[in-house]
Design a protein. Structure first.
Length: 237
């Protein structure tokens, strides 16, 4: 149901949320490009999943073939250089848990702020003014840069700093994980749900060897727990 005759740039990690957001954008915008970020993430398997998901979307949904355009990957290794997060270190001695600050040790300070800034700079060059991201403050791991207030503040700064008028779309912001699964089904039916189960990477460990009804993952990290709990509620509806 393409309804916005403008291009959009989707922040696409290769995970469940960003894949759902990509489908949401493809269903609404006249053309869609994607951008991912290589920041030395522990779950780098998501980067390998991205081209597979893009190819499957084109094959499973012919109506989106002409809409889905170029894919971009930007290096943001400064996040790994800063360190201190369980997501950007190879040190097994830094476990995935809630830290003394009350935030998960997987919190990467400034990550979404940098992602949006880099995406907006790329969009500015491409003549795109609509950005789509999978940030969510309803059912998430406690990251302050996922909050609606943060995204709106970053959007205002981007408008001022680039003398442009960006619109940041966050279709999952007020949805829980059950509703995110339901949104995927609403947009792309069982084919999209099966694609998300089979190919997307949410697990912080990047585990692709253990299969669950909701997809592959270690099953115990916060990202897996959220995904599993949401899928169980979605499947039981």
């Amino acid at each position: 149901m393409t309804g916005i005759h403008s291009p959009a740039l989707v922040l696409f990690s290769g995970g469940q949320d960003s894949t759902t957001c990509l489908a949401w954008a493809l269903d609404r915008f006249s053309s869609v490009e994607t951008v991912g970020f290589d920041y030395g993430q522990r779950h780098a398997a998501e980067l390998a999943a991205r081209p597979i998901i893009l190819e499957r979307l084109r094959r499973l949904f012919p109506q989106w073939q002409a809409t889905l355009g170029e894919d971009h990957v930007l290096p943001l290794e400064v996040l790994r250089a800063i360190g201190g997060s369980a997501l950007t270190t190879s040190d097994p001695g830094l476990p995935i848990e809630t830290g003394a600050s009350g935030l998960p040790t997987t919190f990467v300070p400034g990550r979404n702020i940098l992602f949006l800034s880099a995406a907006a700079a790329l969009a500015w060059r491409l003549g795109i003014r609509h950005l789509v991201g999978g940030m969510c403050e309803t059912d998430y791991s406690g990251y302050p840069d996922c909050r609606d207030e943060t995204i709106k503040a970053v959007g205002r700064a981007l408008d001022l700093g680039m003398d442009a008028q960006f619109t940041i779309h966050t279709p999952l912001m007020h949805l829980d994980k059950k509703a995110t699964w339901s949104l995927a089904e609403e947009i792309g039916g069982s084919a999209l749900v099966e694609l998300i189960i089979g190919e997307t990477v949410t697990c912080y460990e990047g585990c692709r060897t253990v299969r669950h009804p909701w997809g592959c993952g270690c099953g115990i990290c916060p990202a897996c727990e959220l995904r599993a709990r949401g899928f169980e509620r979605y499947a039981a509806r």
